[in-house]
Design a protein around this ligand. Structure first.
Ligand SMILES: [Zn+2]
Ligand SMILES: [Zn+2]
Length: 257
């Protein structure tokens, strides 16, 4: 049986072991810890506890993408190559192309140091999306547009802005987000397919529950990211079926939990 050849075809979680056996790595690129203000600060969502649990569970790379802050990394082992610094930055663009009626976007950025985070946060606060993306590209910082159809409750979604963002390829990679409605993900996949933009998947868990999200080849995160950009990532279907986790737990010694 061949493996899915495109990131645009989510696979069933039961297929994960087959991918791992063929050299794929597994990661959840979108996770929040107790540092995010909208996370209940229970012990199991503290950064170190969550990191240790994920490493013990066999996740290949671990990143935490708290909202507009990177405080978690002060408590994490910077020298561990499986730890990938990340953050979810919010930006409400003053304009997107010719559109000035915009809504807030969430962008995940990875491998950034403290200085780069401060710079990006300050550009984001000005709502200058072009400068934000120029900075991230110039600094070779992996980044993706999260859940394109999300908006703040106080805002109105401007669908034309989302279409422009994808059609005009503002972002190299778009996120399939498990917290969104299946219909929103389906629409995002259709648009991404039309624009030929690679997709990867993240759980966006605020409860310390990383899920099977993205499978991709790569010895390091940098290699894996290049494969994501090349459209080689495989996203796992939106909902784990009852029992899948146990099936995998039975068959493997390293089990993402
Ligand atoms: Zn978000
Ligand atoms: Zn998030």
């Amino acid at each position: 049986m061949s493996l899915a050849s495109t990131c645009h075809q989510p696979i069933d979680p039961a297929e994960i072991p087959r991918y791992l056996d063929q050299g794929y790595r597994i990661m959840d690129p979108h996770l929040h810890t107790a540092k995010s203000p909208d996370v209940v600060p229970a012990p199991h969502v503290q950064p170190r506890a969550l990191f240790d649990r994920m490493i013990a569970g066999g996740w290949s790379f671990v990143t935490f993408t708290d909202h507009d802050l990177m405080d978690a990394y002060a408590e994490l082992p910077a020298e561990d190559p499986r730890l990938i610094r990340g953050v979810e930055i919010r930006i409400r663009p003053r304009r997107v192309g010719t559109h000035t009626r915009t809504h807030t976007l969430h962008v995940n950025v990875y491998r950034l140091n403290e200085g780069q985070f401060v710079e990006l946060a300050s550009i984001a606060a000005r709502g200058d999306l072009d400068a934000f993306l120029d900075y991230a590209r110039a600094a070779c910082l992996p980044h993706s547009l999260n859940h394109p159809f999300w908006h703040e409750i106080s805002e109105v979604l401007n669908r034309d802005v989302v279409v422009s963002l994808l059609r005009e390829r503002y972002f190299e990679v778009i996120e399939y987000n498990w917290k969104r409605l299946p219909e929103q993900n389906a629409e995002m996949l259709a648009l991404a397919r039309l624009a030929d933009i690679p997709v990867w998947g993240g759980s966006d868990s605020h409860q310390g529950r990383p899920e099977f999200a993205t499978l991709v080849r790569g010895e390091s995160f940098d290699e894996a990211w290049e494969n994501v950009r090349a459209g080689q990532a495989v996203i796992v279907q939106q909902r784990l079926k009852a029992g899948s986790r146990h099936l995998i737990a039975k068959d493997r010694t390293t089990v993402p939990t």
